[in-house]
Design a protein around this ligand. Sequence first.
Ligand SMILES: Nc1nc2c(ncn2[C@@H]2O[C@H](COP(=O)(O)OP(=O)(O)OP(=O)(O)O)[C@@H](O)[C@H]2O)c(=O)[nH]1
Length: 350
Amino acid sequence: MNPDISSSPMPIELVVLTGFLGSGKTTLLATYLRQSQAADTAVIVNEIGEIDLDGAVLSSTAAKVPMALLSNGCVCCAMGGDLPGTVAALIEERAARGLPPLARIVLETTGLARPGPVLRSLAPLATHLHAYVVSTFDCERGAATLDLPEAAAQIAGAHRIVMTRQDVAGDGAVALARAMLARINPLAELVADAEPGPRALAALASPPARLIQQEFSLEDDEAQAPHGDIRAALCRFTAAVTSEDLAEWLDNLAGLCGERLLRVKGLVRVQGERWPLLVQCVGTLFSPVVPLAVDTPDSFLVVIVRGLHLDALRDVQPPLPFALRATARAQSKPGVLGRPLASVLEEACT
Ligand SMILES: Nc1nc2c(ncn2[C@@H]2O[C@H](COP(=O)(O)OP(=O)(O)OP(=O)(O)O)[C@@H](O)[C@H]2O)c(=O)[nH]1
């Protein structure tokens, strides 16, 4: 059934924000949401795991933004009809509250989503939306990911590519990134601002000057397939851990997986800490662990690996008190619009 948003003064921009795992999507979006130009923007967050960590990070910097969650699966291969319905619900909810219409909705996809199937799933809303793809590219690590079909599809399908992590990449890597991007997708607009604020506005505040229809045919065969040998696990903690045990476990996980470790992120309750710790790594490179002031009862890690059976995670030492399972198919979480994050997280966690 097509969602009914025909009364809405359209078109609304629908920005499909893609980019490989850990390439800086949430950071870019959080920076954008802090700017005054984002007042008429809503956000849809799609998480592989069922818990909305990106939403938590975004809400901790931009609490008022209308936000919906598509959780527990990747939007490009598992969501079916959920995305158009979620878009319509955001638009309708805004109208029902008598607020000015949205100018744009940013869909933050998972780091594995291919943009072609996402755009195709929006076909029921085609006349109401002005959809385009913005992809983040990590100048430090991105080159090493482009042999993965998901990463290549994100760059090839982008109308605009945003170069992230230039500050840590070094001049040589940035030059190499430019050359690779120009070869894979010479039609895309390149955003290379070094400063986060201008970069976020250039990335998300307006559509690309030229919207060239990208060619997604190469992805068609894979559109319904899960992501090859990439697997995601949700480790849900049943008790607080000590910071020493957590650090050792993460160290050993990185040692076990090596290059096969794509991403770890989560909120972990540590003995003696008021707030859960935001833990994340991209590849085996861990960011500093920081407390995140969110009122959630849950404690979890999402671990995404390539070419490794998830059972191997159970043997990482020292044993930590968590229940592990592979993430399941996607579901939308209706009714999360405009609600405080805590209740959204609570619902996502039950
Ligand atoms: N130095 C630096 N770090 C960055 C930049 N952008 C992102 N990061 C860091 O890179 C890590 C991953 O960034 P995220 O924004 O969470 O990446 P993501 O693409 O949303 O990750 P997934 O949702 O898991 O795919 C975090 O530790 C960020 O703080 C940047 O431009 N420079």
